[in-house]
Design a protein around this ligand. Structure first.
Ligand code: ASP
Ligand code: MG
Length: 482
């Protein structure tokens, strides 16, 4: 039994839907002859839809109602065109139109009340932003039926029970597992393909939530883990996970295998491969995750497993960069040996809810620096200045400041662990390229070395590191020792 998730571009237009139908049909046939047959489909919203829904809600909160009104027709059309091309049965098409109209009426009501209130809560936004999946799933279920499969569209609010962290909700595992099994297993046993909305869930009380942007991958993994699936497939528009972003590093290549740890590091540091939490549910049940290309289905893609084979010369697997960061520094000679500065620093950062992506403290203890998203830098600095007001007055701390236009370049590979000399090679590469490294950190997992560089240095840094580790050349693990 497998779970197949299709991303926004995989359901971006009628041609893509037709392609997905072929892929699912083939998978259902393959699965039918296994010990544990069955296919669960998870879908994202059609590409562009979620962004548009969010924009409409934000504009409504500013009093602009014309946008959401104008979008309703184009949304309806976008979905109807697919049905018009791929669903022949008139009553099926009519049933779909009724669903679309219901969703759009809901969209209209929601945006109107947001406009009246003049305020958009995270809770309200989750209801609006999840509407795209709630149109895509019935549409895909109907298209698959038109291709001879038995299907049922299912709203994941019935399956995925979450906490109430709106916009970034976390699943409550036991309840979710119970509901997934109760609802989905009977369908699978009778040969029906459930087509589930990605991205969304609901609290125990039934209040809709979302799992964060790009969360459909996570939905698929949650459902796959709940059902003990044999494999979780993430169908996207590229040939799996690559050694680097090919738009930046032209000779980047797709990776055959990655470990859960490696892919999590890559996703965390900005590689747009998977929602960063996707592998969490898979790890526990050791379910392989495969990233595949809807538009080149014969390509093997990338297999993500517990222990991946090494693949490149050396032990580095891939590199990525996360942009729009700010490097915050607290400096002062009086900090030396004063206990609790670090704890107070990160306490203050946590109070404003900022996400710290990297920390480094020099051994002289005269400064602490760490990286947060640019969007939270102002708040973080203000919080630190108030936390350390007395230390600033007494000059124990001389300065608290931020530096904008900061990026983290992350060099990732589980095999880096315990391999001496890797950091030196990374720094040789960037030094030869004339790049100034502002700060460095190595995660304690040793699966990652991170460098902080300015905007202009991101591309040259990625290319130089990709080159020095010859990431464009695949190497069998047996023929090469790191
Ligand atoms: N539609 C949602 C988003 O755009 C979820 C997803 O695509 O995975 O963020
Ligand atoms: Mg997506």
């Amino acid at each position: 039994m497998i779970v197949m998730k299709f991303g926004g571009t995989s359901v971006g237009n009628a041609d893509a839907f037709a392609q997905v139908a072929q892929i699912v049909k083939a998978a259902v046939a393959r699965e039918a002859v296994t010990d544990k047959p069955g296919v669960v489909v998870v879908t994202s919203a059609m590409s562009g839809v979620t962004n548009m829904l969010i924009e409409a809600a934000e504009r409504a909160a500013r009093g602009d109602e014309s946008f959401h009104q104008a979008q309703q027709d184009s949304l309806l059309l976008k979905h109807q065109v697919v049905a018009g091309r791929l669903v022949e049965d008139g009553s099926e098409r009519a049933a779909l139109t009724r669903i679309f109209e219901q969703r759009l009426a809901e969209f209209d009501r929601l945006c109107s009340s947001i406009a009246v209130l003049g305020e958009l809560t995270a809770r309200g936004l989750d209801v609006v932003s999840g509407l795209g999946e709630r149109m895509a799933a019935p549409l895909l279920a109907t298209v698959l039926r038109a291709n001879g499969l038995r299907t049922e569209a299912i709203d994941a609010t019935e399956l995925i029970v979450t906490d109430n962290a709106f916009g970034n909700a976390a699943p409550i595992t036991d309840l979710t597992e119970e509901r997934c099994r109760e609802r989905l297993l009977p369908l699978l046993q009778s040969g029906v393909v459930p087509v589930v909305t990605g991205f969304i869930g609901a609290t125990v009380d039934g209040v809709p939530t979302t799992l964060g942007r790009g969360g459909s991958d996570y939905s698929a993994a949650i459902i796959g883990a709940a059902l003990h699936a044999d494999e979780i497939q993430i169908w996207t528009d590229v040939n799996g996970v690559m050694t680097a972003d090919p738009r930046i590093v032209p000779n980047a290549r797709s990776l055959k295998q990655l470990s859960y740890e490696e892919v999590a590091e890559l996703a965390y540091y900005g590689a747009k491969v998977l929602h960063p939490k996707t592998v969490t549910p898979a790890i526990e049940k050791k379910i392989p995750v495969r990233v595949l290309n809807t538009f080149e289905p014969s390509h093997p893609g990338t297999l993500i497993v517990e222990k991946a084979q090494a693949e490149a010369r050396g032990t580095v697997k891939a590199i990525t960069a996360i942009r729009n960061m700010n490097l915050i520094t607290i400096a002062g000679r009086g900090m030396m040996g004063v206990p609790g500065i670090a704890a107070r620093t990160f306490g203050a950062v946590a109070r404003v809810g900022a996400n710290v992506l990297m920390i480094s403290q020099s051994s002289s203890e005269q400064s602490i620096c760490f990286v947060v998203p640019e969007s939270s830098a102002g708040e973080v600095i203000a919080a630190l200045r108030s936390e350390f007001q007395r230390e600033l007055e007494r000059h124990y701390i001389d300065d608290i400041h931020g530096m904008a236009h900061i990026n983290i370049v992350a060099v990732v590979g589980s095999g880096m662990r315990g391999t001496p000399g890797l950091a030196a090679r990374v720094f040789t590469a960037v030094a030869q390229a004339g790049i100034n490294v502002i700060a460095i950190a190595q995660g304690s997992s040793e699966a990652n070395i991170s460098l902080v560089v300015i905007d202009a240095d991101v591309t040259p840094a990625l290319r130089a590191i990709h080159d020095i580790f010859e990431l464009h050349i695949p190497t069998e693990v047996r023929t090469h020792k790191a």
